[in-house]
Ligand binder design. Structure first.
Ligand SMILES: O=C(COP(=O)(O)O)[C@H](O)[C@H](O)COP(=O)(O)O
Length: 320
């Protein structure tokens, strides 16, 4: 039951945020592997692939999910027995979870070094790694103040302000549309990412692109905190990141929507900020200009243009 259970929690956003989604998927695959009693590697693989497909179908945008699944499923490669396949998956899952946790800590350190004493920081949505940078800067004794947005329609900003409050950081809570009004009080924007494309564009919570636009107009620097497994290998071949569109009822209650037959509610959950709006992407391997995204995909995720063609064949840019 662990896989359908985790899948449901990801779908309903009980588990949310790209990093947590990736780790939850790895844990679910590991626990599924432990529970399987397949006798041969072929049927073990089939069972694992079924489980992976259920997890992959939950939310389409956070690339941490397919990357985590790909990394864990690579544990099946070369296994000549069901036991070896099981051990491979468990080992890969545990490695992924550990390295993801280490990445969060490492990024906090690198990110904090870009935050100066006295800075006022704006953050949007609830990002574990973006908050990690801010909290680490505060822990180092830097006097900082934060503006956090509400994040309509799911109000992830509430989670953010609770975390900042618990850390004892002076925080201002604003509606999303107040960003431009306050942008001249801001020294630095720090956000997370659901996906980073090969050309350095960042996909993150809806509204991030507007924040970036205001920041650029006001000449305020913007940094993105993102583990390397948020980088999207398939964008090498031109595949676009799918932007999840969620139920209109998250924005407008059904009982009101029913009275407005000519109104359609649109509710995209993410948007795309172009690379030239972003000053730095802070990964666990170091901070890079967004234009260097391909290097992360090639050198740290192991996907070059050639490996793609070898694995999926040249005819399929979607790798399908
Ligand atoms: O956009 C969101 C969450 O969207 P949702 O709430 O719809 O999942 C976060 O900014 C990124 O996932 C990064 O988060 P993290 O740094 O925690 O991975």
């Amino acid at each position: 039951m662990i896989v359908p259970d985790t899948a449901e929690k990801i779908k309903s956003m009980e588990i949310r945020g790209a990093g947590r989604i990736g780790r939850a998927a790895a844990e679910a695959l590991r626990d599924h592997a432990v529970s399987l009693s397949a006798r041969d590697p072929g049927s073990f693989r089939q069972e694992m692939e079924r489980a992976a497909a259920i997890l992959l179908a939950t939310r389409p945008t956070a690339v941490s999910l397919p990357n985590a699944v790909h990394i864990v499923m690579a544990g099946l490669e070369g296994a000549t027995s069901a036991e070896a396949a099981q051990a491979g998956v468990i080992r890969r899952a545990e490695e992924f979870i550990r390295s993801s946790q280490n990445a969060v800590e490492q990024i906090a350190k690198f990110g904090a070094s870009h935050i100066r004493d006295g800075d006022t920081i704006l953050t949007h949505c609830n990002s574990e790694v973006a908050l990690g940078c801010i909290i680490e800067a505060h822990r180092q004794g830097k006097e900082i103040e934060v503006f956090a947005t509400e994040v309509r329609p799911r109000n992830q900003g509430l989670i953010t302000i609770r975390t900042l409050n618990d850390a004892g950081i002076k925080t201002n809570f604003i509606v999303d549309s107040a960003v431009r009004s306050f942008i001249h009080d801001i020294d630095l924007v720090v956000v997370g990412a659901d996906a980073v494309t090969v050309n350095g564009a960042v996909v993150n919570k809806i509204g991030t692109a507007q924040v970036a636009h205001s920041a650029r107009e006001a000449r305020v620097n913007m940094i993105v905190a993102a583990e390397t497994y948020k980088f999207a290998p398939r964008t090498i071949l031109g595949e676009l990141i799918r932007i999840e569109e969620r139920a209109g009822s998250e924005v407008l209650p059904d009982e009101i929507a029913r009275t407005l037959p000519h109104v359609t509610v649109r509710n995209p959950a993410f948007d795309v900020t172009p690379a030239n709006y972003i000053d730095l992407i802070v990964t666990e391997k170091g901070a890079i200009p967004p234009q260097m995204a391909y290097v992360i995909i090639r050198d740290y995720l192991g996907w070059g243009i050639d490996t793609f063609h070898e694995t999926f064949g040249p005819e399929s840019p979607n790798g399908e």
